[in-house]
Design a binder for this molecule. Structure first.
Ligand SMILES: NC(=O)c1ccc[n+]([C@@H]2O[C@H](COP(=O)([O-])OP(=O)(O)OC[C@H]3O[C@@H](n4cnc5c(N)ncnc54)[C@H](OP(=O)(O)O)[C@@H]3O)[C@@H](O)[C@H]2O)c1
Length: 331
């Protein structure tokens, strides 16, 4: 199976990584009820199938996703241990109010907590989750966060450092302090804002790119229907705040799924395979982070790792894509 070098790191990663937002369970930005044993089985199946990295974050379920990753690693008993990529910058208080902090002490505390929750000695990659929150608000603390992360690398607590949801100018600011191994931006057929400026910049600078939500939060899985969307529990954030799951966008998005199904049928591939292959088609993209809630979902995406779309199929898809939705995702 192909593996790609992540930016300046001595890490070779598989084209898809396992995303853990949905396995954070029930929280303010949760995905409805989630069974922990299903989550652990998904990670297990992913590792057995050859996926060699996991993307997580402290905020996913207020530490719960990282704890589940820790349990799954323990179950693996050191065999085929995947690389652990986590994040920092979104914190919470005793009442579970979410805040954003890139202050020195907060970052140090977050990294210690992540190490403890996952029971590992070192984080393979630690990424600043958001430069500011809410997105677009002032970002005065990028430099102190980056210097702190760089110090933690020197102390051996983190191997590499990356950013997520950063613009080119924000990447340039932190690059003056220490190299940026990777960027984690949103990247699906319905979220293409990074194509114009950010991806060319990263490719030019040798910064690895791991795009998130290639299935657009499950909408491009081929299993999402209008009826299922209507029935999503209120505790699933997609029911409330995701515009792609609502009109006026939904009809177009479901028609796009039918085109992907049609292309997939020609190759014996699923809608999800086609959506992931599309997200991996550019040389600037090192990998794509796919969220899976159970082992069956891993089985449903694994075959996309080595599958490539033809140029004419890519054109066929692009002819049906709308202008990218002008929004950033929340987690
Ligand atoms: N840095 C950031 O700000 C940020 C933001 C978002 C995501 N991320 C990362 O990227 C990861 C992936 O993004 P994502 O979880 O938003 O979305 P995604 O990968 O686009 O979609 C994942 C969802 O699609 C459905 N699915 C997956 N495989 C399937 C299959 N084989 N058949 C049918 N349905 C399937 C599942 O949801 P259902 O079964 O519920 O439909 C799953 O939770 C996250 O877990 C997280 O690690 C990072």
């Amino acid at each position: 199976m192909a593996q790609n070098i992540l930016g300046n790191a001595e890490l070779k990663i598989t084209p898809i990584g396992m995303g853990t937002w949905a396995i954070g369970g029930d929280w303010a930005l949760g995905w409805g009820p989630q069974d922990d044993s299903d989550s652990i089985a998904a990670i297990r199946r992913g590792v057995d199938a050859g996926i060699n990295w996991i993307d997580t974050a402290p905020i996913y379920g207020f530490g719960h996703a990282e704890q589940i990753v820790g349990k799954a690693l323990k179950d693996l008993g050191g065999k085929n241990r995947p690389f652990i990529f986590t994040k920092c910058g979104l914190v919470w208080d005793d009442e579970k109010n979410i805040a954003h902090s890139l202050k020195v002490d907060s970052i140090k505390k977050e990294v210690e907590s992540s190490l403890q929750r996952m029971q590992v000695d070192v984080l393979d990659l630690c990424q600043i989750h958001w430069p500011s929150f809410p997105p677009g608000s002032p970002d005065p603390d990028l430099e102190q966060a980056w210097s702190t992360l760089s110090d933690l690398v020197a102390q051996g607590k983190i191997r590499y450092i990356g950013v997520s949801n950063f613009s080119v100018s924000q990447i340039k600011r932190v690059q003056k302090i220490a190299p940026v191994t990777s960027l984690q931006p949103p990247y699906s057929m319905l979220m293409r804002q990074v194509e114009k400026e950010v991806l060319p910049f990263c490719e030019d600078q040798g910064i690895g790119v791991i795009g998130y939500s290639p299935l657009h939060n499950g909408l491009l899985s081929g299993k999402m229907t209008r009826e299922r969307i209507e029935a999503l529990p209120a505790s699933d954030w997609r029911a409330n705040v995701n515009p792609a799951f609502r009109e006026p966008h939904l009809s177009h998005n479901l028609a796009l799924v039918e085109l992907l199904r049609n292309i997939g049928d020609r190759h014996g591939k699923s809608v999800a395979h086609i959506a992931i292959a599309w997200a991996l088609r550019l040389s600037a993209v090192t990998g794509s982070i796919v969220g899976s809630r159970n082992a069956g979902q891993i089985d449903g995406v694994i075959d996309s790792m080595d599958f490539r779309l033809s140029i004419s199929e890519i054109s066929e898809i692009e002819a049906q894509l709308p202008e990218s939705l002008d929004m950033m995702q929340l987690s």
